[in-house]
Design a protein around this ligand. Structure first.
Ligand code: SF4
Length: 320
């Protein structure tokens, strides 16, 4: 496996700026484990506040982990000293949700895509500009775009620039954090097509974070579903879409449009209530406050992740 995440936990202290005693702990990610094979794509899906973005950022050490392990190609990433971590960044990259926030407004496209090459000392400085122009071509932009500034581009073009900057160091693993959710619907499909083509051309491995199961279905080989900081189901894509087991996954899937007009619509299983606060998650199964199949012991006993068929794991007392 290229990627192995074991029992990842990330807590944040919130509140109590003046008084330490008033501080509360938010368990944004609480014991998440998964692996990704080289050249494949894992989709991490869940509602806003489920902790999926925190998983990606913690793996990249944009947040320091509270506990757990992340092994990349056999290296224990969380144990790496700062200098080694900086070197590893050429092999593991992230594309953020909002290119307006991730691109530097006063640097030309050439300067900001070239920057990772300079920081990592990759290649010969006389070839940097040609490498950038090649990468612009790969992401569907023109050589004349290199001299312009981010504000001169549309949202879709800005995200292409952000993708070019992430890929310029030839990484093997890319975390994509809701890469199209800030874009107009009309350009989302083009950027998704681009990301799919790049994955195949460059033999990339993706962790694709999204709240949209339709997007995940288009992009990914496997799907992991998160609820309130924990994984509740993880399966190969065909198994998850044909036979979702966890009541939360069933509810998410029931509102995804079916592309085939000859097929009947699924029964919608709308969730009631808001996702509870991760400051004070429900006891037992965290989904019990919204689950239509809740049983008495769901409120006290936390279900463990269990493999119910090859390539399909679920954490729910219905399958014990
Ligand atoms: Fe619902 Fe119980 Fe399964 Fe949780 S463990 S999803 S409450 S049936």
């Amino acid at each position: 496996m290229l990627i192995e995440v074991k029992n990842l936990r990330k807590e944040f202290a919130v509140g109590g700026i003046l008084f330490q005693a008033q501080r509360e702990t938010v368990k944004a990610v609480d014991g998440v484990s998964f692996s990704i094979k080289a050249g494949t794509s894992l989709g991490l899906v869940g509602e806003s506040g489920s902790g999926k973005t925190t998983v990606a950022k913690t793996m990249l050490r944009l947040h320091e982990p509270t506990a757990g392990e992340f092994h990349f190609d056999g290296q224990d990433v969380f144990a790496l000293p700062r200098v080694e971590m900086r070197k590893l960044r050429r092999r593991i990259q992230i594309v953020h949700q909002n290119p307006n926030a991730s691109l530097h407004p006063r640097m030309t496209v050439m300067a900001q895509i070239k920057r990772p090459l300079q920081i990592q000392g990759i290649g010969d400085r006389t070839t940097y500009e040609n490498q950038v122009l090649d990468m612009l071509n790969r992401v569907g932009l023109n050589p004349e775009h290199a001299r312009r500034f981010p504000h001169e581009f549309s949202g879709g073009q800005k995200q292409r620039i952000a993708v070019a900057r992430a890929l310029i160091t030839a990484p093997e693993f890319v975390a994509l954090d809701e890469p199209t959710s800030a874009l107009d619907v009309s350009v989302q499909a083009q950027v998704l097509q681009l990301l799919r083509r790049l994955r195949s051309e460059l033999e990339l491995t993706y962790l694709f974070v999204s709240h949209d199961l339709g997007v995940i279905r288009y992009m990914c080989d496997e799907v992991a579903v998160m609820y309130l900081g924990q994984l509740v189901e993880h399966a190969e894509k065909p198994k998850l879409f044909a036979n979702p087991l966890h009541p939360y996954t069933q509810s998410l899937l029931s509102v995804v449009p079916i592309p085939d007009p000859t097929m009947r619509h699924r029964d919608r299983k709308m969730l009631t209530g808001e996702i509870p606060s991760p400051k004070n998650p429900p006891s037992g199964c965290r989904f019990h406050t919204r689950c239509p199949h809740v049983m008495a012991h769901c409120k006290t006993d936390e279900p463990k992740m269990k493999e119910v068929e090859s390539g399909h794991r679920v954490a729910c007392h219905l399958y014990e």
